[in-house]
Write a protein that binds this ligand. Structure first.
Ligand code: OAD
Length: 236
């Protein structure tokens, strides 16, 4: 059914979450081994935490950068990159900050929550990419001397408005909307599938577990994204 719909689709959107990188070895946030089981978000992922202790926050992000640097794309990332090369318009929207979709060949990737590899100066707002892991010094400093922060979206912060606007626009026009590996608990990302469904898209969830979206989607494919996404491609 998904393959049949995809064959006739003009516009396809995929929204991904931490689950798509789980089989690459990147920890998810919730669930038994999830980051938020071991760490308190308010101590590490808020502007207040950074103001209080930038070194502690940077140590945590540097640890995550090192973990992700050791990970490679899996078949799920690769299948999504391949969808981007098919005849329909394809938008990949992700909540992930690991940058692995790009490594798999997806381009562009609409990163709703920013990227672990971006640094932003708190003084002059300059953005730069730095893929070194570990970073040579913590906390990193901008060439203007200002303190740099991770280029990610923290709790209580707004999402990048251009990315958010694009994501809602394409969700509203999608013929097929794939929701892959997200617990669908964090808004506004979790609203995108609902918008797509209201506008007539076939909404398909790929996740081994139930989520708040599971009862609303048109089709639930219960399983791991690295297994299910290649199967969808094969059937195309
Ligand atoms: P979560 O950790 O909340 O959810 C991961 C989801 O992936 C769960 O529903 C799992 O069942 C599912 N999953 C696990 N392994 C999978 C696999 N191999 N294939 C498919 N699905 C699998 O991660 P997110 O939904 O991405 O925000 O979390 C959303 C946001 O909450 C994150 O972007 C982050 C976090 O706080 C910020 O940091 C702003």
């Amino acid at each position: 059914m998904v393959a049949e719909k995809l064959r006739g689709a003009r516009r396809v959107v995929a929204l991904t979450g931490a689950g798509v990188s789980a089989e690459s070895g990147v920890p998810t946030f919730r669930g038994a081994e999830g980051l938020w089981r071991k760490f308190r978000p308010e101590e590490l992922a808020t502007p207040q935490a950074f103001a209080r202790d930038p070194v502690l926050v940077w140590e945590w992000y540097d640890w995550r950068r090192q973990k992700v640097a050791a990970c490679s794309p899996n078949d799920g990332h690769r299948a999504l990159a391949e969808l981007g090369r098919r005849s329909f318009a394809f938008d990949l929207v992700t909540q992930n900050v690991d940058g692995i979709h790009r490594l798999a060949g997806s381009n562009p990737v609409w990163e709703l929550h920013g990227s672990l590899w971006n640094l932003r100066c708190t003084a002059c707002s300059r953005n730069r990419e730095d893929r070194r892991a570990p970073l040579p010094s913590i906390p990193p400093r901008c060439e203007c001397g200002g303190l740099e922060r991770p280029g990610v979206v923290w709790f209580g912060e707004s999402l990048p408005s251009n990315v958010l606007a694009h994501a809602f626009e394409v969700a509203g026009r999608a013929d097929v909307f794939l929701v892959v590996g997200t617990s669908a608990l964090v808004h506004p990302a979790a609203s995108l599938p609902e918008v797509a469904g209201e506008q007539g898209a076939l909404v398909v969830e790929v996740n081994p577990e139930l989520t708040p979206l599971s009862g609303l989607v048109d089709l639930r494919l219960a399983g791991l994204s690295a297994a299910i996404l290649p199967r969808i491609l094969d059937a195309l």
